[in-house]
Design a protein around this ligand. Structure first.
Ligand code: 5RP
Length: 248
């Protein structure tokens, strides 16, 4: 895919380098301004970058009196939509979305993504799959030639709780590396997703054929979804350190 860079002046810099939060905001604003139009149904992703996109979306809805309906990808996204006074819907009422916007943990040259750093990968993939256009927003740290070069925590895999040990063993046996149960920050127990499941973080050792790997992992009994998004993203906006926005 072709790359394009747009320079945006006036952003906050730290020793000549744009801080990551500012870079997230640049990417989010550029994506919302380019892809959101009146009368759309919009999928709202999860994480910290999407917060800036919802800020901008709410601002545009207010200023331009846009009629926008939002479908969340997590409890966090639902809260964001409500807190910003946006119209909340779901896939029962709106199973077809015009556009979904979401963050990513890593994006490679072919627009394959690792997602699920926040554990919301399953609903994120469902919503993205219902959208005509899936747009990704990220800061420069997520831009990678090959998966694993930037994001070191591995590929998140959502699993049914009773199956986490056999799934972990099956992934390691078949694809190498280690699939580790994600624990809560307090270490008091495992992270539990919005779907009441667990997350394994598969720390792979080398590059793989991601499409095949994604399909194969999904076939293991007990796997709900993987954080590999292959062939889904249509466009990625990276906020760069120099204040520009790079699209791929
Ligand atoms: C949550 C996700 C997030 O979109 C991803 O982790 C990126 O988050 P952030 O914008 O905070 O870097 O996939 O499940």
């Amino acid at each position: 895919a072709g790359e394009k860079t747009t320079v945006c002046s006036g952003s906050r810099r730290h020793h000549g380098t744009l801080m990551a939060e500012e870079a997230k905001k640049l990417a989010a604003y550029a994506a919302v301004d380019t892809h959101i139009q009146n009368n759309q149904v919009v999928g709202v992703g999860s994480g910290s970058t999407i917060v800036y996109a919802v800020d901008r979306l709410a601002e545009r809805v207010r200023q331009e009196k846009l009629n926008i309906v939002c479908v969340p990808t997590s409890f966090q996204a639902r809260q964001l939509i409500l807190q910003h006074g946006l119209t909340l819907s779901d896939l029962e009422r709106h199973p077809e979305l015009d556009v979904a916007i979401d963050g990513a943990d890593e994006v490679d040259a072919a627009l394959t993504l690792i997602k699920g750093g926040g554990g919301c990968l399953t609903q994120e993939k469902i919503v993205a799959g219902c959208a005509k256009h899936f747009i990704v927003i990220a800061d420069y740290r997520k831009d990678s030639k090959a998966l694993g070069q930037q994001w070191k925590k591995g590929v998140p895999v959502e699993v049914i709780p009773m199956a986490y040990v056999p799934v972990s063993r099956a992934i390691a046996r078949r694809f190498g590396g280690e699939a580790v149960l994600r624990m809560a920050v307090s270490k008091a127990g495992p992270v539990v997703t919005d779907n009441s499941n667990f997350i394994l973080d598969w720390k792979f050792e080398h590059a793989q054929k991601w499409k095949e790997v994604n399909t194969a992992i999904k076939m293991i009994p007990g796997v709900v979804e993987t954080g590999l998004f292959v062939g889904m993203a249509e466009r990625v906006y990276f906020g760069m350190e120099d204040g520009s926005v790079k699209t791929r």
